[in-house]
Write a protein that binds this ligand. Structure first.
Ligand SMILES: Nc1ncnc2c1ncn2[C@@H]1O[C@H](COP(=O)(O)OP(=O)(O)O)[C@@H](O)[C@H]1O
Ligand SMILES: [Mg+2]
Length: 280
């Protein structure tokens, strides 16, 4: 496998620190349908995420962002190529084993939240832990802590139908945070949030990466992508470019233009958070 990865991504071998990546995507293509109806949702994608890395994914609607996340999360399998999570090839596992790895190792924030309508917030968040054999009391305690982290602990007993879109989104994020997952996948996790709640979510994702998780987040908003270590751009199913957060800032700043106040606020908030995570 290592040889296959090196063949597919010769430019990345020099960055290899010897530590096993949390997520490795090698030459992954996903097509739907046949003949004239064939759609290439993702084409020959390569991506490595290591412990501590926060990577943003940007691209137009229909470009393949959700497909990339679905493959990374084992919700879908590539038509060709490989997806490894902590060294395990998800497609080679049976359904039960893959589901167990998804519950234990992968936190997924769905674009449309996917909360179970008959369960309240705390039950929705603790459900994957309980499925995994956690004692109910311990699972509920962890769920409440995650709801606190995303700022919706007061909704613990509320069902999804009685929540706003933004509240449901924060419950869905809490569900991805519980347990000891090392890979967090978030598909537009700020889509339903106002600016302050969005920034709070970025702080949570950033702190998880700083604590050793790998985070892959789809976003349309440059100010949220700026929280990531690097940004991957997708167009027509192809990864077209990768850039570090600093380069990214330059891409979105025109020559001679003063930094806008929102950008300054974001940079300062991000810097403060990185320096003093306990004081926010
Ligand atoms: N199950 C499917 N059947 C057919 N086409 C699909 C399916 N899933 C995704 N696609 C197509 O693949 C492309 C990429 O989709 P997607 O990954 O959802 O894009 P994005 O998340 O960037 O908006 C789109 O053209 C979409 O219509
Ligand atoms: Mg999408």
């Amino acid at each position: 496998m290592a040889a296959a990865i090196n063949r597919a991504m010769p430019s990345l071998t020099c960055l290899d620190t010897g530590e096993q990546p949390i997520l490795t995507i090698v030459d992954a293509t996903r097509t739907h349908g046949d003949g004239a109806r064939r759609v290439v949702a993702l084409s020959h994608a390569n991506l490595i995420l290591r412990s501590g890395e926060f990577v943003a994914v940007m691209g137009p609607s229909g470009s393949g962002k959700s497909t990339l996340l679905n493959l990374a999360g084992g919700l879908d399998t590539p038509s060709s190529g490989k997806v490894l999570v902590e060294g395990r090839d998800l497609a080679s596992l049976n359904v039960a084993r893959r589901a167990a790895i998804r519950r234990r190792s992968i936190g997924y924030v769905f674009q449309d939240f996917n909360l179970l309508p008959s369960l309240n917030a705390i039950e929705n968040v603790s459900f994957p832990l309980e499925l995994d054999g956690w004692p109910i009391c311990k699972a509920r305690k962890a769920a409440l802590e995650a709801l606190r982290e995303t700022g919706v602990a007061e909704l613990a007993l509320r069902r999804p139908e009685d929540m706003s879109g933004g509240q449901a989104q924060r419950v869905a994020i809490a569900r991805a945070l519980v347990g000891r997952r090392r890979l967090l996948l978030a598909d537009e996790p700020t889509g339903a949030l106002d600016s302050a709640a969005g920034t709070k979510v970025m702080e949570v994702l950033r702190s998880r990466a700083d604590a050793g998780c790998a985070v892959l987040m789809v976003t349309h908003e440059p100010r949220f992508a700026a929280w990531a270590d690097r940004t991957v751009f997708i167009r027509d199913g192809r990864i077209t470019d990768e850039t570090g957060a600093t380069d990214f800032d330059e891409l979105f700043t025109c020559d001679g233009e003063d930094d806008d106040d929102a950008g300054d606020a974001r940079n300062s908030s991000q810097q403060n958070f990185r320096n003093n995570p306990g004081e926010q």
